[in-house]
Design a protein around this ligand. Structure first.
Ligand code: UDP
Length: 564
């Protein structure tokens, strides 16, 4: 059956159910964005032309909203608690629905069981039964619930599951045996899924799929209107929960900011001003999302205090013509040194509050400075006041960009079949590459006999040997490319090292998330033994990693040039 784009979202609103504050928040958002989604659908339909799109039957089980996992978020919706997850789930639902797929939404264990056909009251069903869904989107809580209640079906159908996982899960943490043996075992990881089944809020590591969310897009008239209506001396603080304001050094840097700008906050309070919020701050209390956007439209500056990490608000601020000022972290925050990241299945180092804003957007929209350095901070404020910016939203965070990306995933990602080419291993005679004319990297050979049926298409591959201690994520970025883990099997051979003119004295095949790699001291080449451990993330000064990179579309890093 062909999927047909939808532009009327009223049936989706019914599907979403009711009652919880979280659902109310999500539905309001979906309703407000209906026109944007409809327009985006029209544009994408035009872009795709006659492309065939299969209609999928999809279950969306939002685990963190179920009573069975505590539902700690719903009661905090009106109190300044985290809303980013709800923003994302609302947008995922909208995107799936607009793309024309069959949709079921569950937010309780009971609904989950009845949709899966598990007899109610039974803890778990021992038999495998046919699963009426092609795809299941859930989160770590939901994954746990499915494991408990699907019996043998879980094993059989887990390849159809997609896990919405804000901060990401790196391969070393995902592989149960490896994680257990090498100290990567956390509360969350070790599910042995294909790492691409985890879908993140921002493009953290290409080992996972980048899901994202959307921010409202302005048309030209609105952009001009906003530019004209900016109060050049108005700043809004990023932080709706009072605890975010308990940051050290706040008096000093807020004091400096207050010399130049009128400072506004949207901090939740019950009856009186939270003590953490200084008296000179004009606090509006937690605002409904549309009013918060209005405030951003007037403001010149949106300033972060270092927490929350990687939320939607800075993108909304930049989309509404604000400059985002944030603190640089030195040393970087990670699961090794910061409570928030502790136990999360990633060793990613975060060099500022919002690395995406810093690295993918940057100046003039984003300024990352050391808040402990008063001169640097003050100079930034002065420069910002002189800087004119246009509202800006990266394509991948527009409705069209999100639809395009999810469309591509749904049509092309299939984790139920064995990955494209078999793992070549040490003895495969030929890899389909040649050394590039300038002898720096490998390229796909024009006459390669291996039919590149895989997605992304293998001819977009460029393979580089990293410098010692450099991860593949960074190595690819260094060359204006992105790491593509699905290409690792092509490189996992003696032949690839040979063609790159790496002098291997010997070659061994082992389980290590940094392999394939070359160890300089012993001139030893290492191949990867376990396909689940292919990882763009990760580095060690001992190794020069062999990295599969590919090109990407401008503003849509998840997709290569020929990937639609
Ligand atoms: N937001 C809101 N009212 C406010 C401040 C923020 O509705 O007074 C919304 C904002 O539009 C954003 C969402 O809260 O979409 C989540 O923002 P944030 O970046 O703070 O992430 P969180 O920590 O809540 O996940």
């Amino acid at each position: 059956v062909q999927a047909v784009f939808r532009s009327n979202l009223s049936h989706l609103l019914d599907l979403m159910g009711s009652g919880k504050e979280s659902l109310i928040f999500m539905k309001k958002r979906t309703k407000r964005l209906t026109a944007q989604w409809a327009l985006a659908a029209q544009r994408l339909a035009q872009k795709l032309g006659a492309t065939q799109r299969d209609q999928k039957q999809i279950l969306v089980h939002i685990g963190f909203l179920t009573e069975e996992s505590g539902d700690v978020f719903s009661p905090r919706v009106l109190k300044g608690g985290p809303l980013g997850e709800m923003v994302q789930w609302a947008d995922i639902l909208a995107a799936l629905y607009v793309l024309g797929h069959g949709l079921r939404v569950t937010v309780s264990l009971k609904e989950l069981q009845s949709n899966l056909g598990v007899p109610p009251g039974r803890g778990s069903c021992p038999l495998t039964m046919p699963l009426p869904f092609d795809l299941i989107y859930t989160d770590y809580h939901g994954l746990q619930q499915m494991k408990q209640h699907m019996g043998l079906s879980f094993k059989k159908y887990r390849c159809r599951i997609r896990v919405i996982d804000t901060f990401g899960t790196e391969p070393a943490y995902n592989h149960e045996e490896y994680a257990t043996l090498h100290g990567y075992r956390t509360n969350w990881g070790y599910w042995n899924l294909n790492p691409k089944q985890f879908m993140t809020m921002f493009p953290h590591t290409p080992d996972n799929s980048f899901m994202g969310f959307v921010s409202e897009e302005l048309n030209e008239t609105e952009k001009q209107l906003i530019k004209g209506g900016k109060a050049s001396n108005m700043a809004v603080v990023y932080g709706k929960e009072a605890s975010i304001w308990k940051v050290s050094g706040k008096e000093k840097f807020l004091g400096i900011l207050n010399k130049y700008m009128e400072i506004h906050g949207t901090v939740y309070y019950e009856s009186q001003r939270p003590p953490e919020v200084p008296a000179f701050v004009k606090n509006h209390g937690l605002l409904p999302q549309p009013e918060f956007q209005q405030l951003l439209r007037k403001a010149k500056l949106f300033i972060g205090f270092g927490f929350p990490y990687e939320g939607p608000a800075p993108l909304e601020a930049i989309a509404n013509g604000c400059i985002f000022l944030q603190s640089r972290f030195s040393p970087p925050h990670s699961s090794l040194n910061h409570e928030f990241f502790r136990g999360k299945p990633t060793s990613r180092e975060v060099f500022s509050q919002h690395p995406y804003a810093e690295n993918f957007i940057g100046k003039p929209h984003v300024w990352t400075v050391d808040y402990n350095n008063s001169e640097e901070f003050e100079a930034a404020i002065k420069a910002i006041m002189r800087t004119q910016v246009d509202p800006y939203l990266p394509y991948e965070y527009t409705c069209e960009g999100m639809l395009e990306r999810i469309h591509a995933y749904i049509q092309h990602q299939d984790f139920c079949v064995a990955p494209g080419p078999a793992l070549p291993g040490a003895h495969t005679p030929q890899s389909p590459f040649v050394l590039a004319p300038n002898a720096t990297h490998l390229e796909w050979a024009q006459n390669a006999s291996l039919a590149p049926a895989a997605w992304p298409p293998a001819h977009s591959l460029r393979a580089w040997l990293a410098t010692p201690g450099r991860a593949c994520t960074d190595t690819c970025l260094d060359h204006g490319l992105i790491c593509e883990p699905s290409f690792f099997p092509f490189l996992n051979s003696q032949d690839a090292f040979l063609k790159l003119q790496v002098p291997c004295d010997s070659t061994e095949s082992e389980m290590n998330h940094l392999y394939p790699a070359f160890a300089q001291p012993g001139q030893e080449c290492y191949l990867q033994k376990e396909p689940l451990l292919f990882s763009c993330a990760g580095s060690n000064t001992k190794y020069r990693r062999l990295c599969p990179c590919r090109d990407f579309r401008k503003g849509q890093v998840a997709l290569c040039q020929g990937c639609l």
